[in-house]
Design a protein around this ligand. Structure first.
Ligand SMILES: Nc1ncnc2c1ncn2[C@@H]1O[C@H](COP(=O)(O)OP(=O)(O)OP(=O)(O)O)[C@@H](O)[C@H]1O
Ligand SMILES: [Mg+2]
Length: 715
């Protein structure tokens, strides 16, 4: 998380333009985006989905939402079917209170009937009540439907009704459970597919994409955003239908009982709307602020821990502590406000609910007394009014979840829509078995159109040659070798490998033939042995050992307690920088490529080891075309061809001796480095040669010892 976080922040700062250009005016600024990202990370880390909703609004809600729903298409039939089941379930559960109301009617009417003389008609009883001045009771009795004076409670009818209610509730629960279950299965499958798509997509994206978008941001899309979508789908989709159906069903039932009482319920709506309208957004905003502050605080804490040494080096403890205190104070205020607002929401809603309840009781009683309604109907109605508010507030909460889920979906779709690298041609020719000739034929290339880098570059490397590329920082050395690996497509010209245009070959074939040791060594969490074997999966332990010996990995591995099984952590921080480089060289050694590329492969290794490596690598390079990029010119003196690059162009080429004699750019570069050091180093090399000879490393015997004449020329 930490590294992702940092690079995400960096990305927010550096590339505000990396957002969707279609998104229009309310695209957040880089700073806002950064804050939102931090807030989101904090919220997710806190595993809290209830306190407010993930920040973020979809720029184009409609199309993105439709596309999101479109993901469910493969399951459309299953979805329609379970929705139907769910709908039936809702209808059943909506019917139940009405039927239960009948039970109340049967009970109440039975009890009242006992007070009337048997044999009389309902009308006679009503008339009698009117005459004795009991007008209300007369109305009530007049409204009764199955009134048989003197009959008492019809327990058989009552039990029938109760059984029906039970059956209704049971059936509806089963149906709704089934609906929820199937929808969850659909959702999980859909998300699984989405993750697969994203993963596959990332593999098809050109490297250019990763130059533009920070790693952290990609990670966040694959993890946080997909989590967020899942959350939204599970929370909302299965709920939404049920909620809407329930609202409609309940409304119909209420209207069928009494439109007057329905009015009483609806009157409470504007009240709730005001409440939602006033407190809702404030509370949302407060939560947003709260998460943003948490994000900042986390970032601050992380910064001062991961940069712990730096904080101390620069004596920033005091200011760091003060900054922390200020952030903490702000967080305290923000959380207080958020909690306060969210905490008054519930009681206020309950208050309005209870007001409605009282209103219903009063009006209901009046209507029963007036003979317009039966008692059971009022009871059913009150039950409905309570069933009504829950799906409503669920829908209200869903709106925010859907917003944020759609925003996440939009980011994921954005990734899915990125331009892909051109797929390898299906009829790509098989790579010819060559000796590794490489030809650059009028190659031009630039990372960005505004900044031309390599223009019209041509040169040829004969098989087995060692080519050294030297030049100042930023000259385009790494770029040049990246082009050979076809990490980027050319803007013009072609590169031929064994006479074949690499643009025709599959990327896999090119890379299978090339071994590369990158400028920053990359090791994964695993043992040293596994890290070396990464070069070639079927390498035997014997071959690994051989490579390790040749690259002097063996030497330091022996001092490790677990030897080759020593587990490296993610940053391989338990090895020194130089040791890390040696392991990556061993890895390239094992892969036995026909073209070998070493980009500053030995920059962190001491000169003595570097010299030893030189000899070892002479063996590795034998019969292979190799490119060596080095800032320490001592390491490339014996190269067959030296290319001196400046600003993307090759300004000089030739052997060491020739270039020195030419007294051009190389001569100046060399002199600036070697005025003093070269002679020392040379003495060192001479001193070393016997010990190298005794070493079991392959190639040591044939290795060129020291090129005295060259140094002499330089001195
Ligand atoms: N991925 C990239 N996107 C855009 N520009 C880049 C990218 N990589 C490098 N550049 C630019 O291209 C130029 C050449 O970079 P390159 O990495 O090839 O230099 P280099 O010669 O390897 O330097 P160094 O000696 O420091 O490794 C630089 O100006 C750099 O800013
Ligand atoms: Mg470089």
């Amino acid at each position: 998380m930490s590294r992702a976080e940092r690079s995400r922040r960096a990305s927010a700062r550096r590339s505000p333009e990396s957002g969707d250009p279609m998104s229009g005016a309310d695209e957040p600024t880089a700073d806002e985006r950064l804050e939102l990202e931090m807030a989101e990370a904090a919220r997710i880390a806190a595993d809290d989905w209830t306190g407010g909703v993930a920040p973020g609004k979809a720029a184009r809600f409609g199309p993105s939402f439709r596309r999101l729903i479109g993901l469910l298409k493969p399951h459309a039939w299953a979805f329609a079917f379970v929705s139907l089941l769910g709908a039936i379930g809702v209808v059943l559960s909506v019917l139940a209170p009405r039927v239960l109301g009948d039970a109340t009617n049967i009970l109440f009417e039975g009890v009242v009937s006992q007070m009337a003389p048997a044999g009389a008609t309902q009308q006679q009883v009503v008339d009698g009540l009117v005459q004795s001045g009991q007008q209300d009771l007369a109305n009530i009795v007049a409204a009764m439907r199955d009134f048989v004076p003197g009959a008492g409670v019809d327990f058989i009818a009552l039990s029938r009704v109760l059984m029906t209610v039970l059956a209704l509730y049971l059936a509806s629960s089963v149906l709704m459970w089934l609906q929820g279950y199937v929808i969850n299965v659909i959702m999980v499958r859909t998300m699984w597919r989405l993750r697969e798509q994203v993963e596959a997509k990332i593999n098809r994206l050109p490297l250019r994409y990763f130059d533009r978008v920070q790693r952290g941001e990609v990670i966040s899309r694959v993890t946080n955003d997909i989590d967020n979508i899942t959350q939204m789908m599970q929370q909302s989709l299965s709920q939404a239908l049920t909620s809407v159906l329930t609202i409609i069903g309940v409304l119909i039932m209420m209207l069928s009982i009494s439109w007057q009482l329905t009015l009483v319920v609806l009157v409470s709506f504007p009240l709730m709307a005001v409440l939602f309208g006033v407190i809702g957004p404030r509370s949302q905003r407060a939560f947003g602020v709260q998460w943003r502050k948490v994000g900042r605080l986390n970032a601050r804490v992380e910064e001062s821990f991961s940069g712990h040494a730096l904080v101390k080096v620069f004596g920033r403890e005091q200011s760091s502590r003060e900054a922390f205190r200020a952030e903490n104070e702000e967080l305290y205020r923000a959380s207080f406000k958020a909690q306060f607002l969210s905490n008054i929401m519930m009681p206020a809603m309950m208050f309005i609910g209870n007001l409605t309840y009282v209103g219903l009781a009063v009006f209901g009683a009046l209507m029963v007394a007036g003979g317009q309604l039966r008692l059971g109907d009022v009871q059913a109605f009150i039950q409905y009014s309570q069933q009504f508010t829950q799906p409503l507030s669920e829908l209200g909460g869903m709106a925010a979840v859907v917003q944020s889920g759609t925003a996440s979906a939009e980011r994921v779709f954005e990734l899915l829509d990125e331009e892909e690298q051109e797929p390898d041609a299906a009829d790509a020719p098989a790579p010819v078995e060559g000796d590794g000739t490489i030809e650059f034929d009028h190659v031009s290339f630039s990372y960005t159109p505004e900044r031309p880098l390599i223009q019209d570059l041509s040169f040829t490397v004969a098989p087995g040659q060692t080519v050294a590329i030297v030049g100042p920082t930023g000259a385009g050395k790494t770029t040049l070798v990246n082009l050979i690996m076809r990490f980027y497509e050319l803007n013009g010209g072609r590169i031929l490998l064994n006479g074949q245009d690499i643009a025709d070959l599959t990327r896999h074939d090119i890379r299978a033939k090339t071994g590369m040791v990158l400028q920053d060594p990359w090791l994964f969490a695993g043992s040293i042995r596994e890290n070396i074997r990464y070069g070639r999966a079927d390498a035997t332990d014997e071959e690994i050992l051989e490579a390790a010996r040749a690259t002097y990995v063996d030497r330091f591995v022996h001092s490790l307690p677990d030897g080759y099984d020593t587990e490296l952590d993610e940053d391989a921080s338990n090895l020194s920088a130089g040791e890390r480089q040696l392991v990556t060289i061993a890895r390239a050694f094992v892969s036995r490529p026909s073209v070998l590329i070493l980009d500053e492969a030995t920059s962190s290794v001491d000169t003595r080891t570097e010299l030893l490596l030189q000899h070892a690598m002479a063996a590795l390079r034998e019969g292979r075309t190799s490119f060596v990029i080095a800032h320490r010119l001592s390491t490339i003196r014996d190269a067959d061809l030296i290319l001196v690059m400046e600003n993307g162009a090759i300004v000089e080429q030739g052997t060491h001796d020739r270039l020195i004699a030419a007294k051009g750019a190389y001569y100046r570069l060399y002199n600036s480095q070697f005025e003093q050091a070269a002679t020392d180093l040379d003495a060192e090399a001479a001193a070393l040669s016997p010990s190298v000879g005794g070493d079991p490393a392959p190639g040591a015997a044939g290795g060129p010892a020291a090129e005295d004449d060259a140094v002499a020329a330089g001195a």
